[in-house]
Design a protein around this ligand. Sequence first.
Ligand code: B12
Length: 460
Amino acid sequence: MAVLLINPPRTLLADDNIWGKIGSCTPPFGLALLAAVLEKNGVECDVLDAEAEHLSLDSIVVRVTDDYQWVGITSTTVAIDNALEIARSIKAAFPEKPIILGGVHPTVFHEELIQKPYVDYIIRNEGEKPLLDLVTGILPSEIFNLSYKEGGKALHTAQSPDLYDVTTQPMLAYHKLPMDRYFSALGSYRRKPAIGFIASRGCPGRCTFCYPEMLGRKVRVLTARRIADEILHLKEKYGIREISFYDDTFTAIKRVVEEFCRILIDEKVDLTWSCFARTDTVNEELLKLMKKAGCHQISYGIESGSARILQSLNKRTDPAKNEEAIGVAQRAGMNVRAAFMVGNPGETESDLQKTIRYAIKVKPDIAIFNIATPYPGTAMYREANEKGWLLAEGWSDFDLSKPLMNLPDLPPETIKAYYKKAYTKFYFRPAYFIRRLLKIKNLEELKMNVDAFRAMLKFG
Ligand code: B12
């Protein structure tokens, strides 16, 4: 028995989406882990990363052969139309092959999506155990987190009372992936080859724009030794020199980060890396240790320069504390990448001006502005839905570059104008340019910065 797991291609990003210019190509961590779990349990499995391979929808079905008895497809919200189209065309060509959907969007909309004639199963939330159970013949009614059909009726089994034990997680099935296709986002790496990695699940934050129930609210992290060993494998086997940690909050559990840094330092591992953090999970001592262990960039979700907006996003930080955390990281020798959201509920034009002024004042090395997007499953989506603000024409609009809420105090055109304006105001300053240039350490970094800077300017 063999399983094919598919990562659908995203709809091409429009010219007015900054991510089309600076975005990364990252391994589909979830699918690569599911493939490793299946393989470890004797189930043959392949991963088709149609996003990384730039496959058209038509060419995906050609890669489905009789050898596969099961097809699994992952999907976020922005990719769901493509995921469903792939499911539909595979079902048309191979009516006997069961099709399983998983990932964040099918989890939120399992009731609706299981009704599609070309979807046989939906695995909600964490997929390791339910997928293995399903493909090894356990009865659907005995599998947690499963939506399925019986006699034309949709059935949904209970949620598993246990979260997946990440300490038993096998190394991702890198050998099933097109490893030479992956790269990190412009402006985020110092050396190449750079690749994404994820060491934990969960986040201590409870922001209104996030869906913390997806993989469980509790923060769970691999052991420091496990993280280091997998990275050493990536270095040895694939020549990786830099890691971009994509964990929601890499610094959530300080003890593990400290131990990981000590391993890198003691074993003199030649690695540069970057990560995401909340500003309330770092301190000077930790940042200095991370810097010593090769971390050159930290990304903070700063979101807004307005305390009122931060409060309404339930961000549990404030502009002064965020400014302090930026300064501490820079004094520790790191670059800071600050992410902001424009077009939040309750925001006015004056708040947007405040955010741009704040971004300039607190001097991050890189600033990213996204349009506040109400993803299904989040408190922001519920509010927008209840208040009749939702504007999206389709799920492929959910790409962080379109105003999708018709807010009472901020028309969509104003949000769009500030989205662009924020980039021009932040990047088109001689002081910024000089500051950035002086921090560049090598030729690779210079080239990457020139590319990133050109993208930001062209965009703004
Ligand atoms: C790393 C990451 C990325 C990476 C790459 C993701 C990738 N290639 O897998 C990059 C930076 C490229 C990225 C891009 C985007 N991302 Co992103 N990303 C994440 C992040 C931080 C981690 C995802 C991850 O790997 N988790 C760990 C693995 C183990 O979990 P998993 O993928 O969910 O898989 C598990 C289950 O979902 C399930 N499962 C998943 N697929 C399948 C399939 C089958 C068949 C089965 C049975 C089970 C199953 O089993 C897995 C194991 O338990 C998440 C937040 C989070 N913490 O999850 C956001 C997140 C997924 N991203 C998000 C968004 C919005 C985006 C972008 C739209 C942003 C943009 N800039 O345009 C794009 C869309 C990309 C796309 N192709 O769809 C949102 C999605 C919200 C939504 N409703 O769609 C999230 C949830 C962040 C958030 N809190 O809002 N992202």
